[in-house]
Design a protein around this ligand. Structure first.
Ligand code: NAD
Length: 464
């Protein structure tokens, strides 16, 4: 037995990874997914309690955003796995006439999954589902900022899987960095763009492939023809679920001047209905740590000192921070520069959509972009002229839950994507297999006689 648990876990998985390519077939993978689903169902009450302790999160939200998404992912994956695993015949090309071509998905091998704290269960186990479906083994490093949920994950996984298939290593960034020193076959990281860069640099040392699910400032645009009440409902939900600590939460909002006042009063009314007044709403999660609560209150103080106007003023009470709405936002404010990741919504009025589009394009490509409008031409224009990981039209957040849509960012908001078939592919190597039946290539093998050269020139005329 090796003394170092990190090295021991990695070595144990590595030792089985070649054999697992042939022994971990459809039946075994489905069985693994079934066992995981059972373990999750059996842990529901513990999960609700863990997230109540880690994030002060209401039960309803835990079920909606951490519990159900994993079970949905398992159900969808289980149902389609046979088809996803099947080698795919691809059509012959002129140059490969006489051969049959197939794409064979194979497991990458031993995978590292590093998870964040905001949806500490779903964002840890979602990628585990895809990794197992694709036939890999997994070392999972959950976040140190949600200790109750991470401990639950460790217990649940240890009861459900042998350590050489899935194991949880708990710890902070030092543990993550020791894991990153190892030559994994794939790394799936969910977290901040800053740490994403560290992960990618570490992966480069071994040329390990990566999927990076990162974050950024996701804008929402409320156009002149938006259904105002509907927009207020969805934006309130999307911004304040988990107290705004969601990677695809609307970060800041552009509203057309002609509907600004109506929208602001609809949003305030919606917030009052959902969360009441004050900070101690039982329907609102807490901020994950004192440090993050301090960071958010610094962002607000900085904005107020630089002229922001509070529409719904902040009144933080420790880690409970109520919905906060600010207008008169300027680029000098930190709020306008950093990902907010909390229940604070800066609101900017606009008259000219071109300026909004230019502003979005001048910044890092966001993970999500939301549009509320009824005018299809304007919606299409925004989609065509901007870039982001995904787009939600007249909704927030639920693009995350659509099993047939890839979920991922672009550049600073992420590299690669997950969920459903896309997740299966992220953890698979698509191996090209070409089988010779009667390829004519030997006709042009050296020595290059005059006849062969004439033949090559003829081929060039046809194919070139
Ligand atoms: P984070 O980057 O601080 O931490 C994520 C994980 O990386 C944790 O497990 C942590 O222990 C580890 N880590 C931290 N510092 C490290 C280092 N120096 N080296 C190696 N590992 C390190 O992110 P977070 O604060 O947990 O999560 C918030 C961020 O994650 C936000 O930017 C958010 O937008 C993003 N996010 C993205 C998605 C997505 O699906 N794209 C989902 C949730 C969160």
């Amino acid at each position: 037995m090796q003394a170092d648990p990190i090295l021991a876990a990695f070595t144990a998985q590595k030792a089985r990874s070649a054999e697992r390519r042939s022994s971990f077939g459809l039946t075994e993978r489905r069985d693994a997914l079934d066992r995981l689903a059972q373990a999750i169902r059996a842990s529901e009450a513990d999960l609700v309690a863990a997230l109540q302790s880690d994030l002060g999160r209401p039960e309803a939200e835990t079920i909606l955003i951490d519990y159900l998404p994993v079970l949905q992912e398992i159900r969808h994956t289980r149902r389609h796995l046979r088809r996803w695993m099947k080698p795919r015949r691809v059509a012959p090309t002129l140059a490969s006439f006489g051969a049959t071509a197939r794409i064979v998905p194979q497991p990458r091998g031993v995978c590292l999954i590093i998870a964040p704290w905001n949806l500490p269960f779903a964002l840890a186990l979602g990628p585990v589902v895809s990794a197992l479906a694709a036939g890999n083994s997994v070392i999972l490093k959950p976040s140190e900022l949600t200790p109750a949920t991470s401990a639950l994950l460790a217990r649940m996984i240890a009861r459900t899987f042998p350590a050489d298939l899935v194991t949880v290593i708990q710890g902070d960034k030092d543990v993550a960095q020791r894991l990153l020193d190892l030559p994994f076959d794939h790394i799936f990281f969910t977290g901040s763009p800053a740490v994403g860069k560290i992960v990618m640099a570490a992966a480069a040392k071994h040329l390990t492939s990566v999927t990076l699910e990162l974050g950024g400032k996701s804008p929402v645009i409320v156009g002149p023809e938006a259904d105002i009440d509907r927009a207020a409902d969805w934006i309130s939900f999307g911004k304040f679920v988990n107290a705004g600590q969601v990677c695809i939460a609307p970060d800041h909002l552009f509203v057309h001047s002609s509907v600004k006042d109506r929208f602001l009063s609809a949003l305030r009314a919606r917030i009052a209905r959902a969360y009441g007044s004050g900070n101690a709403s039982p329907h609102l999660a807490h901020i994950v740590s004192d440090a993050h609560a301090q960071r958010l209150s610094d962002l607000v103080s900085d904005a107020l000192a630089k002229g922001a106007q509070p529409v719904l003023p902040p009144a933080p009470a420790g880690r409970a921070i109520g919905p906060t709405l600010l207008t008169a936002i300027t680029p000098e404010m930190r709020l306008d520069q950093e990902e907010i990741f909390g229940p604070i919504l800066p609101i900017l009025a606009f008259d000219d959509l071109t300026q909004v589009i230019d502003r979005i394009n001048a910044r890092d490509k966001p993970l999500a972009l939301y549009i509320f409008d009824r005018d299809q031409t304007r919606i299409d224009r925004i989609i065509t002229q901007t870039s982001s990981g995904g787009v939600g039209v007249n909704l927030t957040l639920v693009q995350f839950t659509h099993a047939n849509l890839p979920f991922g960012g672009i550049n600073t908001s992420g590299i690669g994507a997950g969920h459903g078939l896309t997740g299966f592919r992220a953890f698979s190597h698509e191996r090209a297999v070409l089988r010779n039946r009667f390829l004519l290539f030997p006709l042009i093998f050296p020595p290059y006689t005059d006849r062969k050269l004439r033949l090559i020139r003829l081929i060039k005329r046809v194919l070139g």
